[in-house]
Design a protein around this ligand. Sequence first.
Ligand code: SAM
Ligand code: CA
Length: 252
Amino acid sequence: MSSIQEGQGNHGGAGAGSGHGEIGHKSLLQSDELYQYILETCVYPREPECLKELRELTAKHPLSFISTSPDEVQFLNMLVKLINAKNTMEIGVFTGYSLLATALALPDDGKILALDIKRENYDMGLPIIQKAGVAHKIDFREGPALPFLDQLIQDEKNHGTLDFIFVDADKNNYVNYHKRLIELLKIGGLLGYDNTLWNGSLVLPPDAPMKDYIRNNKGFLLELNKVLAVDPRIEICQLPVGDGITLCRRIS
Ligand code: SAM
Ligand code: CA
């Protein structure tokens, strides 16, 4: 899979009619000014210095548009605290921006199993994560997530052990991830899938103008949303923060 899978940012949106097209913000909000207002009023003034530093470093990366938005990162940080998560997983690390937000929210003995096919970008953010004093919570594994998850579920001891999982990687595998992650999640645990509104493209007609990577992956998000909507093992909540995050709470 190409890393260029995210539906947001200044590389353009889904195109005309999607709510926003060639824009420079990471939100589904229709007004750039309103999004800027949120960042400047609620997010940046309260952003921990280390997250600011990592955000600014990531902005220099040619693929910076795939990183999680600052308002979503603020949300994830609060969410992890609210549910008192301790044992967590992230699939799709990039430079570690959402990872750092989670690590900061965890207690000192909290853990994040962090999976990404490419270590290079994580290494870019790692000095900031180390300086923030939370690197000991992170167990980074380089490689494709799916075979790793298959390995994990083979051991029954891993079943029902995770309090929180954030999935932000290859969209074509989201449904495959779901089949495995639900086994690893605790009953009462929370699983978040990122980019589930796929830049607003999900409701556009097939002939609407949109970037190739939006068009090519749109079906995977449509499929995931259908699967989650009817899965009796979870309660769900679709939030239009960032590019859309679907929260799934395991109930059985
Ligand atoms: N959560 C990150 C952040 O806040 O900056 C952004 C993650 S980025 C959208 C997607 C990441 O998924 C990329 O770093 C990419 O290398 C990784 N990825 C793609 N395919 C993968 C796979 N099969 N297994 C694990 N990671 C994968
Ligand atoms: Ca994302």
